[in-house]
Design a protein around this ligand. Sequence first.
Ligand code: NAD
Length: 450
Amino acid sequence: MATEKKEVFNAEAGAAMMKELRSAFASGKTKTHQWRVTQLQSLLRLAEDHEKDIIAMMKASCKLALKELNHWMTSEKVKTSITTFPSSAEIVSEPLGVVLVISAWNYPFLLSLDPVIGAIAAGNAVVLKPSEIAATTSSLLAKYLGEYLDSSAIKVIEGAVPETSVLLEQKWDKIFYTGNGKVGRVVLAAAAKHLTPVVLELGGKSPVIVDSNINLQVATRRIIAGKWGGNNGQACVSPDYIITTKDYAPKLVDALKTELKNFYGDDQLNSKDLSRIVSSNHFARLTKLLDDDKVSGKIVHGGQRDESNLKIAPTILLDVPEDSLIMTEEIFGPLLPILTVDRVEDSYKIISSRSKPLAAYLFTNNKKLKEEFVRNVSAGGLVTNDTTLHVILAVHTLPFGGVGESGMGAYHGKFSFDAFSHKKAVLHRSFAGDAPARYPPYTPGKLRFL
Ligand code: NAD
């Protein structure tokens, strides 16, 4: 299995793989509690053996699934109604079957293994297709998952568009895709052919509303951590743009500059704490956003770039036009435009005039504004007075997923188990309580009861 990269993955190989997976699932082994526990424990062992390469969050997901598995697998008894008396009812979580996980490059271990953990915990056979852009991680995943897990039911197929296209031609019982919306549409169209349900974990422009009655230093630090920390803006829930009032904007820009200097020093372009842009394609995409005539003269901080090292300094732009490229595309990089409004409440109109984002953030001490934010802003998730923590520190009690153009479906914690399960409705009747009124002939007397 670990050598699958070297073999040609064409339509024939795709069909043979599906046959093996279908037969593994049909054997019933993946449905057993024991199989799920063994595979999850092997994943945990993989994480422990290769700790340096693997993020702690994956261990947390695996441990949570192992701890909760019995509970998650137990059917849920629910009430019945008088019309079915005497009866009992339960909701049984059953695995969907053979599922496909296609993941993205920007957190390549996490975005691959977190859904795979959910798929295994739910008792499915699973194929993982990691991102070819994070090539080293992709081959590590192929190697290690092959070594540690049951390769008849859990496989890694490496590759780019041709290999993914072959995978998408197969009939799956669920497709879980993480990446951009353009490919999300390709996945959804392929899934439609077989009526395959999908989870699409996409992106979008996640706004940050900044009110004026806040602890400015803490707020700017948290905006910086969410925007430039870790992946230098290359995260799906990274703040994409800020909305604040005209009056407050200069104070906010000054505070951002001060804290950026505290964190990254005077030569921010060359700071060792700032990640590179992942590829020259993405570097070119980002510089195009900066070189757009519509934002000329709008840079109030940063703007430096070094193509040979794929580095772009933390860059802030003030009062960019709403129809500029930087405000119409997801930025996914270290550029942070600020829009200004007369009143902070005017932010809602801007946000709701755009596609629904994956995340939205609000900094305020105003209780009413917080309530309005929760009521008015539709996004995958909301955070007040911080950024990204609902996902980055994986609050397992919260679902993670988008809405509208930021995606459909959700995962993390129990939501991952549910994403890969069918909730089967089961009603148990007894032979008692057989009402004649239910059966023909439907005399007027009987019809009164129906
Ligand atoms: P990417 O380039 O790694 O692509 C994602 C996957 O799609 C890869 O496995 C790739 O092989 C596959 N792919 C690419 N083109 C394809 C095609 N034509 N047909 C079939 N498959 C194809 O990642 P990306 O899309 O650049 O990732 C960035 C985007 O993903 C951003 O929009 C970001 O917001 C979003 N994202 C979302 C989440 C989330 O959890 N919601 C997480 C990370 C990234």
